[in-house]
Design a protein around this ligand. Structure first.
Ligand code: SIN
Length: 287
């Protein structure tokens, strides 16, 4: 397996694997070690049908289905379609994913461990690709906190609510917003321990988290803001510039991500297939 690490603390490219057939056990083990080390990796030049994408995901564990079921792939409900494309005046997929820094599914009791995003159509203008995705390392953020802050946040629980993300922006379809607001909140430790790497990482998103259990709101919001700034520091970041045929996979526990909305319909078309695997589904030999 040829791994080309990026110059950043996270990120890298794998140039020589075809994911349309299952990886053999040795290659998968080697890939997994590189993946958890680099947190986000891209396989270029893939041609993947729905079954191929789900087959690769199942090497880690059984994917889940997003609660916005109307954006599910018609033949493969465990694939969420992300797209700005309209047909008959309706978006063919979820057009609004990733407008604020977040970790997928952190508002669930059983959050997402691994996300895969496969690019079918990538917006382009004047030879430049648009719609890149940014990542930030939540484990490096924890490692670089002052010891006094590490002590202060040990044992604290943040309240995660997906509706909070959208309230910051007030974008998107009203019916999606109503479904998001109906999702119950989840409580998670501000500091979690990664099951594969053993690293401690910050698990808190500004907007989605507006409360810390047992803390006054003003103090909680100030602490959430301070931790969010630590996560998104330049030294923790990596930007993925998309090409059609990219299969990007990220360690959703170790990272936060943010989509770039520098493209518009109908000038530009963006079409992605997303698969997520919840923490509880990760096979014991993949933790
Ligand atoms: C997401 O936030 O899950 C999607 C990111 C992207 O589309 O770039």
């Amino acid at each position: 397996m040829m791994l080309h690490p990026s110059a950043n603390v996270i990120g890298g490219e794998i140039s020589d694997l075809d994911l349309s057939s299952p990886l053999d056990a040795n290659t998968f083990r080697e890939f997994k070690a590189a993946f958890y080390q680099r947190s986000v990796l891209v396989f270029r030049n893939q041609t993947l049908g729905g079954e191929d994408l789900l087959g690769f995901a199942r090497q880690f564990g059984e994917p889940d289905q997003h609660f916005l079921a109307h954006y599910a792939h018609p033949a493969h409900p465990k694939i969420l379609v992300l797209s700005n494309i309209e047909a008959k005046a309706k978006k063919i997929g979820f057009a609004d994913a990733g407008r604020v820094w977040h970790s997928d599914g952190s508002y669930m009791q059983d959050p997402v461990a691994i996300t895969m995003l496969y690019a079918l159509e990538v917006p382009e203008q004047d030879g430049q690709t648009l719609g890149s995705t940014q990542f930030a390392s939540a484990w490096r953020a924890y490692d670089t906190l002052a010891p006094s802050v590490q002590r202060r946040i040990a044992g604290l629980l943040a309240v995660h609510q997906v509706g909070g993300r959208r309230r910051q922006l007030n974008t998107g379809e009203a019916s999606d917003r109503a479904q998001e607001d109906a999702q119950p909140p989840a409580h998670h430790p501000l500091v979690r321990v990664h099951p594969y790497t053993g690293r401690r990482y910050l698990y808190v998103s500004k907007g989605e988290c507006e409360q810390i259990v047992g803390m006054q709101d003003a103090e909680a919001l100030a602490l959430i803001d301070e931790l969010a700034q630590s996560i998104h520091a330049d030294a923790n970041r990596h930007v993925h510039s998309w090409r059609p045929g990219d299969l990007l996979i990220w360690d959703n526990q170790a990272l936060q991500h943010l989509a770039t909305f520098d493209y518009t319909w109908p000038q530009h078309r963006r079409l992605m297939h997303r698969v997520t695997i919840p923490e509880s589904a990760i096979r014991a030999d993949s933790r």
